[in-house]
Design a protein around this ligand. Structure first.
Ligand code: ADP
Length: 322
């Protein structure tokens, strides 16, 4: 596979803030690559550096084998996070306007149909739903039939139905062979869409790989999450006989390493010791867990467990070793 995008040791500082603190990554032709990070991680700065809209202080970017400013604009497209078209343009006028900016543009009708806007093409932007607005905006980025499409937080602020329709659209683009680089703080989005993800925190890529590989390597083990007023020690004592570890976490307790066939043993142990609990749920590790364990940070909007961590980013354990 060809790398269509390569970044090496990108650094960018604003005052005392290192927005990019040495980012290296590569994106292969045809893949969907997701950059995950909380607000302030450096995602937008990285997208801007990769697309040549900001100059890094140091490091290099290669797009299609050349620097971003020299890359063929017909082959590239960027939908910035803060893209705010005039409200009194219709979806059709918006797409037609952007089509007019290129020497070779696709038929706006075909683009509107592709982004699912054929039925609302004469509606003013201000009267479109959040999902329709964003799809119309994606349409503006598709008028030049790009080989490499950057989408900066494409579904932020959109309702769940709109988000799912955007996901289906991105999947169609990927199926057609478009290379997609997207940023998100929605773990579900990255897990569903991305062939590979990079976990970005404080301007650094903390880990990268396929979602499943990252979860397997960093996500921790299957677990039972117990909502209880009992303290970690009481729960650890209760399950001591079952040989599971108990992780102290924020408002919850986690019995780690519990496989499905072990659930009954843990429940029985808690009941035997009279440990009362509000709820008890068995969970598999997620990408959010991987992010938390690798970076020591939570990603806003994720549904992960907030485990207290020590300096090395390892979960703080209460209770015995397995
Ligand atoms: P993200 O997109 O992940 O939310 P950003 O790339 O927007 O992160 O920002 C990364 C860090 O750099 C933040 O601390 C942000 O405040 C800072 N930053 C970004 N752009 C500027 C700028 N133009 N001037 C000053 N600080 C900036």
């Amino acid at each position: 596979m060809n790398d269509v995008l390569v970044a090496e040791d990108l650094r960018k500082t604003y005052g005392d803030t290192a927005a990019l603190a040495g980012v290296s990554l590569s994106v292969e032709e045809g893949e969907v690559f997701a950059l995950i990070g909380p607000n302030g991680a450096g995602k937008t700065t990285l997208v801007r550096a990769l697309t040549g809209t900001t100059d890094p202080d140091s490091g290099s970017v290669s797009v299609f084998g050349t620097d971003p400013q020299s890359a063929d604009p017909q082959r590239l497209a960027l939908l910035p996070q803060a893209f705010d078209p005039p409200e009194r343009l219709t979806a059709r006028e918006l797409v037609e306007y952007y089509a007019g900016l290129y020497d070779e543009a696709r038929d706006p009708e075909a683009v509107l149909a592709e982004v699912g806007m054929a039925d609302a093409d004469d509606t003013w932007y201000e009267n479109l739903s959040g999902g329709q607005r964003r799809r119309a905006c994606v349409g503006t980025a598709l008028v030049n039939d790009p080989d490499l499409l950057f989408l900066d937080e494409p579904t932020t602020g959109i309702d769940p139905a709109g988000r799912r329709s955007l996901w289906a659209l991105i999947e169609e683009l990927a199926d057609r062979g478009t290379t997609v680089f997207l940023t998100t703080h929605y773990m579900e989005e990255a897990e569903r869409l991305a062939d590979r993800v990079a976990l970005l925190a404080d301007g650094e890529v903390a880990a990268s790989g396929s979602p499943s590989a990252l979860v397997a390597e960093h996500g921790g083990r299957t677990r039972i999450v117990v909502e209880t007023d009992a303290d970690a020690g009481a729960v650890a004592d209760a399950v001591a006989g079952t040989d599971f570890e108990v992780e102290a976490s924020d408002g919850q307790l986690v019995v780690a390493g519990v496989e499905p066939e072990d659930i009954g043993d843990v429940v029985a142990a808690l009941n035997d010791r009279g440990v009362a609990y509000e709820s008890l749920a068995w969970k598999q590790p997620t990408l959010e867990d991987a992010f938390l364990r690798v970076t020591g940070k939570s990603v806003a909007g994720g549904a992960g467990i907030s485990v207290e961590t020590d300096r090395e980013g390892e979960p703080a354990f209460a209770g015995g070793e397995r």
